[in-house]
Design a protein. Structure first.
Length: 230
């Protein structure tokens, strides 16, 4: 029996997922966990980063579950290639790894990943993660957000003049919202914090994404750290 609530945003088409991991057992496990959801379809499996890039270009999945440590091409480099490909503008990458290390978190999000998960997650967490990134939301657990803040603090802010100029072009409210997004707050939490409606919070987030040319909410989080708003 399926636990699927239906594909986010409506429609009957299943969310297409590509699993990239060099361990066959891990790929089989993820496939089995996702198979319970009627709104999710595993369309392919890749054995390394280069294979993931090749299959993604062929299959055009909605989501790629990307391991970090893989032969030929690691998951971070593969993510960079996928994000840079205009033909895959609608494909989201979730980095899934055994290692909860600051360096991986930082590199994965800078590469353009929409989320970061550990392999010891619960089955429903994995299915929820796929649905969340398809909706354009960031997938960052509180522990990951704290580590990300620590990593950016250690490295110092690294925003270039163009990004700083764009952030400077945000309205005062949009800058407030960007700061709260950087802290990991959801639209409902932002609305509560600023005493506005969730719909208004969502509008401000959308405006910030447009003005900053952000791929998704996770990129807004990175921008908030790089410009020192968080």
């Amino acid at each position: 029996m399926s636990d699927a609530p239906g594909r986010p945003g409506g429609g009957d088409a299943a969310i297409r997922v590509l699993i990239a991991d060099d361990q066959a057992l891990v790929r089989a496990g993820f496939r089995a966990l996702l198979a319970r959801a009627a709104d999710i379809e595993v369309v392919g499996e890749a054995v390394d980063g280069a294979d993931a890039v090749s299959q993604a270009r062929l299959l055009r999945p909605d989501v790629v579950l990307m391991d970090v440590r893989m032969p030929v091409l690691d998951g971070i480099a593969a993510t960079e290639r996928l994000v840079a490909d205009p033909a895959l503008a609608c494909t989201r990458v979730i980095v899934v790894t055994t290692y909860e290390l600051d360096e991986y978190i930082h590199r994965a999000l800078r590469a353009g990943a929409s989320g970061f998960l550990l392999k010891d997650l619960e089955s429903e967490e994995l299915r929820r993660a796929v649905r969340v990134v398809v909706r354009g939301e960031a997938l960052l657990a509180p522990s990951v957000t704290r580590r990300l803040i620590s990593e950016f603090t250690r490295r110092g802010t690294g925003a270039g003049p163009e990004l700083r100029h764009r952030v400077g072009g945000l309205s005062a409210r949009e800058r407030e919202v960007l700061t709260l997004v950087g802290r990991g707050l959801s639209n409902d939490e932002i609305a509560s914090e600023l005493v506005i409606s969730p719909a208004t919070a969502k509008t401000h987030v959308s405006h910030a994404m447009t003005k900053l040319d952000a791929r998704d909410r996770a990129q807004l989080v990175v921008y908030a750290y790089e410009t020192g708003l968080v």
